[in-house]
Design a protein around this ligand. Structure first.
Ligand code: APR
Length: 320
């Protein structure tokens, strides 16, 4: 059986980490693409030279021409610019929208049957634009944000409770920005919801609020520490989890920026919601009941994503 082909569009910090992880997990053959000459080739060669040491069989190559992604089963998009301290994800919109137009055309021409995972920020608007520019089916184009945001929430919770990260589940809805909605009621330790853990004295309401706010600011915290770029290990790991669920038809239930056509009262937008990812791409969007406070926070997040989509349309009216 032929190996899967994984195309990484953008070979910067996240792209390189994606290639390394995909190799270590023997997910398939890997093509790194970038406009910077030498970068994808250099990273591909470096990782290929680690393969005999680690003991994995993946063919790695680097390219500056979209024809190299031909027939890819999965495309993971990180092309564009990343944040620097003091910048919000939204500040990247103008530059990265133009990048999405080029990437969309490349995928449309060479990998129209791929499952496409977008990581480029501002995520919810970029994945929306990428789907339109590429013309791929909406269930085959998805944004990575929720797995990362939940991962951050899980990490902070596991530290607070001094329990294994494996026993913490976390639930985050909405856009990948300051308005994201970490849902305490649906987040648990071994099935015990967070509000019950507060009642049990494991933590206080105030501490939980602090953790929720730290989750919202999780990306900015890393940017301010790194000073020269943004997070890449956890974003790459999160996208790999989504790609594996697709390639192995695992049907994992994962929070993703998915196209909504009326679910949660939202139309023609990408927003973070729980989804099933399997061989059909996004096979199902799971609609949960929200209480009044949660709904208000979700609506606020949706409004901010809608504002970003409007800003995209102002730059590229063909997106309407
Ligand atoms: N086509 C292809 N690649 C491009 C293009 C383009 N038009 N424009 C820029 N790139 C490449 C750059 O050459 C660079 O190698 O995208 C890569 C981006 O890599 P980094 O700057 O290291 O950024 P990274 O940390 O990987 O983040 C990428 O993901 O999380 C988001 O906010 C983040 O939007 C950013 C993206």
């Amino acid at each position: 059986m032929a190996r899967n082909k994984i195309a990484l569009i953008g070979s910067g910090m996240i792209g390189g980490t994606l290639a390394h992880l995909a190799g270590l997990k023997e997910m398939g053959d890997i093509v790194l693409f970038d406009i910077a000459e030498g970068t994808p080739q250099g990273k591909a060669l470096d990782i290929a030279e680690s393969a005999p040491v680690e003991g994995f069989d993946s063919r790695l190559s680097g390219a500056n021409d979209y024809s190299a992604i031909e027939g890819a089963d999965v495309c993971i998009v990180t092309a564009g610019v990343a944040r620097k301290p003091g910048m919000s994800r939204d500040d990247l919109l103008g530059i990265n929208l133009k990048v999405m137009e080029q990437v969309g055309a490349g995928i449309k021409k060479y990998a129209p049957n791929a499952f496409v995972i977008c990581i480029t920020n501002p995520l919810d608007a970029m994945v929306w634009a990428l789907q339109k520019f590429s013309g791929l089916p909406k269930n085959k184009v998805v944004g990575m944000a929720g797995v990362l945001d939940s991962g951050r929430f899980q990490h902070f919770l596991a530290e607070e409770f001094n329990v294994s990260v494996e026993d913490v589940t976390a639930f985050v809805l909405g856009g990948h920005g300051d308005t994201m909605v970490p849902l305490a009621r649906y987040s648990t330790v071994a099935g015990i919801p967070l509000p019950d853990l507060v009642k049990m004295g494991w933590t206080s309401k105030e501490k939980l609020e602090e953790i929720i706010q730290r989750t919202r600011d999780g990306g900015a915290e890393i940017v301010s520490l790194l000073k020269t770029g943004s997070a890449y290990y956890a974003p790459a790991a999160s996208a790999i989890l989504m790609a594996e669920s697709y390639l192995k038809d695992k049907k994992r239930v994962l929070p993703c920026a998915a196209y909504l056509s009326g679910q949660y009262g939202v139309k023609d937008m990408y927003v973070g919601v729980p989804c099933v990812i399997g061989e059909g791409g996004i096979e199902r969007v799971i609609e949960i009941e929200l209480n009044k406070t949660e709904q208000k926070a979700f609506d606020n997040s949706v409004a901010s994503v809608a504002g970003l989509c409007e800003a995209c349309i102002a730059i590229a009216p063909n997106l309407k």
